[in-house]
Design a protein around this ligand. Structure first.
Ligand code: FE
Length: 131
């Protein structure tokens, strides 16, 4: 049986343009909002054309020692140059970056996944210490 977990690719985001980049402070305070930015292509820009683009990024928080992650947000990027005139004609493009805030009293790990319309699924993670 094919399993989704086997389809998520991973790499160093500084060398592989598809990997979602997680920007978050490593040391947070209990009860205070934590700013989180997820993006694709921070170091090496990913193409953003009608034929080739990033569709979405999801972000989860998994508290240390817990079994299930909490979904923080799912961000869709839906404009990639298409229009009634055809591909790459609108000049309207959504950049694959989203910023949110969340809070927690628990330390854990941020997990992010992203989807390129022709290069599949990618993932990354980043620890957050909360005290
Ligand atoms: Fe791609």
């Amino acid at each position: 049986m094919a399993e989704l977990k086997d389809l998520y690719q991973s790499a160093d985001w500084k060398k592989e343009k598809h990997v979602p980049v997680i920007a978050v402070i490593s040391q947070a305070k209990k009860g205070e909002f934590i700013s989180l930015t997820v993006s694709v292509g921070k170091e090496i820009p990913h193409p953003n054309t009608t034929a080739h683009h990033i569709r979405w990024i999801e972000a989860y928080f998994l508290p240390a020692g817990e079994k299930f992650p909490y979904e923080l947000g799912r961000f869709e990027f839906n404009a990639h140059g298409e229009s009634t005139q055809g591909a790459d004609t609108s000049t309207v493009f959504t950049h694959p970056e989203a910023a949110i805030k969340f809070k927690t009293d628990k330390s854990g790990v941020i997990l992010a996944s992203s989807s390129c319309n022709i290069h599949g699924l990618w993932q990354n993670s980043q620890e957050v210490n909360v005290a």
